[in-house]
Design a protein around this ligand. Structure first.
Ligand SMILES: Cc1cc2nc3c(=O)[nH]c(=O)nc-3n(C[C@H](O)[C@H](O)[C@H](O)COP(=O)(O)OP(=O)(O)OC[C@H]3O[C@@H](n4cnc5c(N)ncnc54)[C@H](O)[C@@H]3O)c2cc1C
Length: 422
């Protein structure tokens, strides 16, 4: 019996296990998933918790129930990968042997990496919404927030779902407006980037939305510490941003065992071949999902498209054949913009988010880089698709690779109406 061990039973690990198990079991492989707990959180839903639009308990389901019955699940904290012995040590003493290893342990917020961030104001006036705890605590604080300076802040990139802090900003703007509080709240978006987003056309569109809504932007801001007494963010170049309520996205880092095992970069993400996810320097270790260092968004959609490419490659790899499929960095994200509307962005390593229609050229029904109610409904419907189609590993009619059909090239600075066919 050969052993495929998958570390992490989140979005990517669950999809890999479910898609591979039936194809591997009949070839004498056992598939094992290891995770520290049995609570699978639907992370995109965390965005809605602070506004009372998602019940925290409803976002959590038992991990084991998301896994095919042929998959073995082991609960435990991963301590180390011993690459020379090809074993994984768990915190309760088990040494698990592997023939092939898939690291899918994601990335997580680390407020303690910025001095003062998790100080006396943590979950009093300084909050994150990237964890169930954080989003719930923020919901309770927002319920009593009526005036002052609300600062939304991104510590550094990469973060998972890089549009989520922008979405939070748009949603909180709308939420305050609906409560008649917007003119009593100064809303500020603080980012390490020179603009709203990493890619030029999207950055311009999203920056325009911020401006339209009277949201101040503090760009190129690299936080050095959070001053709890003065209630302000202080940057390396000594700029100061005061706040009454700070909603931050802390530094995101991969799991500590990755560093302990000598497998990570400075943020504990695993360096891999960006087309096959094979860890650099190994032929029996892959890293997939947020855990790796590929230069595209860290997102569930990327995990999904990656797994689609990975599965057939992996079967070739273990059969001693070359891996011929190549991942193109395809990412696809809804961007909630408030008032029951959302945008959609679709891009890859080489093509930035462009306007147009998706998935059917000229028809949609979803619109790229345009705010529509249908896009918002798409985002909401995605939760059902996640639990019932994506996680079980069922096929969906979306290609893993980016398609240019329906997309329009737009010279930077042009209004949305000036489209040129790609
Ligand atoms: C607020 C928010 C909104 C988001 N919105 C979207 C969206 O709209 N669209 C989208 O595509 N993506 C979105 N994402 C991102 C998406 O949720 C992640 O990119 C996706 O879950 C990554 O999957 P993964 O399997 O790589 O990591 P995860 O799903 O995070 O799974 C990692 C697993 O590893 C386990 N683990 C880690 N370390 C250890 C250890 N030492 N021992 C044992 N187990 C361990 C964890 O318990 C976890 O189960 C959002 C994320 C957040 C936080």
């Amino acid at each position: 019996m050969k052993e495929l061990v998958i570390l992490g039973g989140g979005t990517a690990g669950t999809m890999v296990a479910n898609k591979l198990v039936r194809r591997l079991n009949r070839h004498g492989w056992r598939v094992t998933v290891v995770d520290r707990d049995n609570r699978h959180v639907y992370q995109p839903g965390l965005l809605f918790v602070p506004f009372g639009d998602a019940e925290p308990a409803r976002l959590v389901r038992p991990r084991v129930q998301q896994l095919d019955r042929g998959v073995r699940f082991i609960s435990g904290g991963i301590e180390r990968v011993n690459t020379e012995e090809s074993t994984v040590s768990l915190d309760w003493g088990l040494a698990l042997p592997y023939d092939q290893l898939v690291i899918a342990t994601g990335t997580s917020p680390r407020p303690s990496e910025v001095p003062g961030m998790d100080g006396p104001l943590w979950q009093e006036s300084v909050f994150d919404f990237y964890t169930l705890d954080g989003a719930t605590a923020l919901r309770d604080r927002l319920a009593t927030f009526e005036e002052g300076r609300l600062v939304v802040h991104v510590t550094d990139l990469p973060i998972k779902c890089p549009v989520a802090p922008l979405e939070f900003t748009f949603l909180v703007d709308a939420w305050l407006r609906h409560r008649g509080l917007r003119d009593r709240v100064e809303l500020v978006y603080v980012t390490p980037l020179p603009g709203a987003f990493t890619k030029p056309v999207a950055s311009e569109r999203l920056g325009h939305l911020l401006e339209e809504r009277g949201i101040l932007v503090e760009p190129d801001f690299l936080v050095e510490h959070v001053d709890n007494d003065a209630r302000m963010l202080v940057s390396y170049d000594e700029r100061e941003v005061p706040f009454d309520l700070l909603v931050t996205v802390p530094l995101n880092m991969g799991a500590d065992f990755v560093a302990r095992s000598g497998l990570g970069d400075e943020l504990n993400h695993v360096p891999v071949d960006r087309h096959t996810f094979l860890a650099k320097g190994y032929d029996d270790i892959f890293a997939i999902g947020d855990a790796n260092d590929i230069p595209t968004s860290k997102a569930g959609s990327v995990a999904h498209f990656s797994v689609d490419v990975f599965v057939d490659n992996f079967l070739d790899h273990i059969a001693g054949r070359p891996m011929t499929r190549s991942f193109d960095g395809h990412a696809n994200c809804f961007v909630e913009s408030g008032d029951g509307k959302a945008m959609l962005i679709d891009f890859n390593y080489d093509v930035e988010p462009l306007p147009g229609s998706f998935p059917v050229p000229g028809i949609g029904p979803l619109r790229l880089l345009e705010e529509t109610h249908t896009n918002h409904l798409g985002k909401k419907a995605f939760e059902w698709v996640y639990w019932h189609v994506l996680l079980p590993g069922h096929p969906i009619p979306l290609p893993a690779h980016l398609s240019m059909a329906g997309k329009h090239r737009v010279p930077a600075g042009s209004p949305p109406s000036e489209k040129q066919e790609a």
